[in-house]
Write a protein that binds this ligand. Structure first.
Ligand SMILES: Cc1cc2nc3c(=O)[nH]c(=O)nc-3n(C[C@H](O)[C@H](O)[C@H](O)COP(=O)(O)OP(=O)(O)OC[C@H]3O[C@@H](n4cnc5c(N)ncnc54)[C@H](O)[C@@H]3O)c2cc1C
Length: 570
């Protein structure tokens, strides 16, 4: 299974017709292609705009993951300038290759608070999304391998995994950078608001995790992602074809029924029409609403302004954008902590590379960002901040996620050995939206992110940023702190700290909600008021999870595939 690459590119002829045409070969698209083609009578064609990253060392090697946001494997999107950030316009890269975001992400694997999934079920009318049901999907699609010896302390509930297709593991104690225990202790030992160690993959929302888990293969230390885990399940099946370098520029409708897609072959710019009894859009939270709007499905006034003939006035398409928006604190760490800078030393790097190639372990087998803490803001603080929405959230929900990486997340002009802590409000009240910038399918859309967009969102984020700063300035981190690099020890006023937070703002890369279940989609993932077209990907997810997004996206796609297959049988 691991060694058979998908189909290589080939030209598509006119007049082809499939049961399902899937747009996008990322997390959701590849789950769907693999599951729907399990029935040999069902024909499936998947188009991915980006390249096939099979065998690319930068994709496969976990430590290189952080550098992929500006590569050929990413859509290098940028938010519009944000008023809440004083005009800063942060980047928002998305995956652009087979595997989508899972090929370029930081591999953090987390499921977050159970009550979020119950909320999705309620908003969508899909009972299979309830935690008690979806945990079975999450369990059976993952395969947890715990390294031995493990030699650091972590709560692991292995019963929430089984022998599924997606490999997940923790880091070996010997592979940790040396920063982790201090970061985690800063939360465990907090005198005012301590956070306990917990497994955030079993429905628990609040706690700290050390050393993972990650979508990494323990056997050889390579990245696990949707292409090898799901895409390669399709190898040898004559009823399914996955094609990369194929950008779908438009969906065609007959009346209200979607009938075909117009695909541009990126290697020679030729265009082809491919028909499907059903079109499933899985192009991700930014590109899915973009493609729908280009095809005439979206807010009427917006389409009218651009002169796009309206197939369906769907005000909800492109709305409800949520994400986890972070801000950064960076310190210089001692030489014994390995970082992206210390590994720049040729001798150290050669030894790390040797260890990695021989044994699949060592610094390169880790993403260098392996521990995090999810925290609920205490009620008295929420009251002080007038955060009524956040206070009303179920008690298993954290509001804040803290993480770090041993790489610079803000400019590091003197090339000091860096560790960057970051913190994000993960249950925002505010929503943003996506709109077209032009009718040209190659033009990036306008992404109105709305960072920390309500006054309570902003106040909580600022409270959390100050908390992160005090931890990085405090005793717990002192043994691995040489100096403060950002915002700098001279920054201590409220105004200065706020400015530092705004200027270091970046997306955690967890956008979703832009073609939401319950709003734009019905309980079969169909676009309301249209036929022959569904949306299955992170844009369908109606509200943000409390931690990283890949696990929920895999699971939602599995649920959708099951629903679609059941409909096929009736
Ligand atoms: C840099 C980064 C870091 C991240 N870190 C983590 C992490 O550590 N942990 C975690 O859980 N999650 C992480 N995520 C988030 C996670 O990877 C995504 O939430 C997930 O990949 C979303 O899956 P999706 O199926 O919705 O879309 P994607 O996986 O983005 O797939 C969409 C696919 O559709 C393709 N496509 C788009 N438009 C078209 C078109 N018109 N025609 C054909 N193809 C098209 C794209 O190229 C892409 O391959 C990260 C994401 C990024 C980008």
């Amino acid at each position: 299974r691991r060694h058979v690459p998908p189909d290589s590119p080939q030209y598509i002829s006119h007049g082809e017709q499939y049961d399902y045409v899937i747009v996008g070969g990322g997390v959701a698209g590849l789950v769907l292609a693999a599951r729907l083609s399990e029935n040999p009578k069902t024909t499936v064609r998947l188009f991915e705009a980006g390249p096939d990253p099979t065998g690319d060392v930068n994709i496969d090697t976990p430590f290189f993951g952080g550098g992929l946001g500006a590569s050929q494997f990413a859509w290098n999107f940028t938010s519009t300038p944000q008023a809440t950030l004083g005009g800063v316009a942060p980047a928002l890269a998305q995956g652009h290759c087979f595997g989508g975001g899972s090929a370029i992400n930081y591999m953090g694997y987390c499921r977050g608070a159970a009550s979020v999934y119950d909320e999705w079920a309620e908003l969508s009318g899909i009972t299979e999304l309830r935690w008690n049901s979806i945990i079975n999907v999450l369990r059976t699609n993952t395969n947890l391998k715990i390294p031995r010896p493990h030699n650091y302390s972590q709560v692991i509930n292995a019963s929430s995994f089984s022998g599924g297709t997606l490999d997940v593991t923790y880091e070996r104690g010997s592979d940790l950078s040396g920063f982790e225990p201090y970061f985690v202790d800063a939360f465990l030992a907090d005198k005012e608001y301590p956070v306990e160690s917990a497994d955030l993959t079993d429905g628990t929302g609040i706690g700290t995790m050390l050393g993972g888990p990650h979508t990494i293969r323990l056997s050889n230390g390579t990245r696990e992602y949707a292409l090898p885990a799901y895409g390669w399940l399709t190898a040898g099946r004559p009823n399914v074809k996955l094609q990369h370098g194929s950008w779908v520029k438009k969906i065609h409708f007959k009346g209200k029924r979607a009938v075909s897609v117009e695909v541009v072959n990126e290697s020679n710019n030729s265009t082809h029409i491919v028909s499907g009894k059903e079109i499933i859009v899985s192009a991700g939270a930014i590109n899915t609403p973009k493609l729908l709007m280009l095809s005439g499905v979206g807010p009427k006034s917006h389409l009218d302004n651009l002169g796009i003939p309206v197939i369906k006035d769907s005000p909800e398409v492109g709305s409800n954008l949520w994400d986890h928006y972070s801000a950064v604190v960076m310190v210089e760490v001692p030489e014994h902590v390995f970082t992206s800078v210390s590994l720049g030393n040729a001798t150290l790097f050669a030894s790390a590379e040797d260890e990695y190639h021989k044994f699949g372990r060592g610094p390169l087998a880790t993403p260098g960002t392996s521990s995090f803490a999810a925290e609920r803001v205490p009620d008295d603080v929420l009251r002080e901040l007038n955060a009524t929405f956040h206070r009303s959230l179920p008690k298993d929900r954290p509001h804040i996620l803290y993480q770090y990486t041993v790489a610079p997340l803000v400019p590091n002009p003197t090339n000091k050995n860096p560790a960057s802590g970051f913190v994000a409000l993960v249950q925002p009240e505010a929503r943003g939206h996506v709109r077209l910038n032009s009718t040209n399918y190659r033009t990036d859309p306008l992404i109105f992110s709305n960072y920390w967009g309500s006054s309570a969102d902003f106040a909580i984020q600022l409270w959390a940023y100050k908390r992160l700063l005090s931890k990085f300035r405090g005793d717990a981190i002192a043994p691995v702190r040489v100096s403060e690099l950002y915002p700098g020890s001279n920054v201590s006023t409220d105004a200065g700290i706020k400015r530092a937070m705004q200027q270091s703002a970046f997306s955690f890369h967890h956008p979703g909600g832009t073609v939401s279940l319950g709003k734009a989609l019905d309980s079969s993932f169909r676009l309301k008021g249209l036929e022959g077209i569904r949306v299955v990907d992170s844009s369908a997810i109606p509200a943000p999870p409390t931690c990283h997004l890949q696990a929920p996206t895999y699971a939602v796609a599995e649920v959708a595939a099951k629903l679609i297959k059941q409909e096929d049988c009736t």
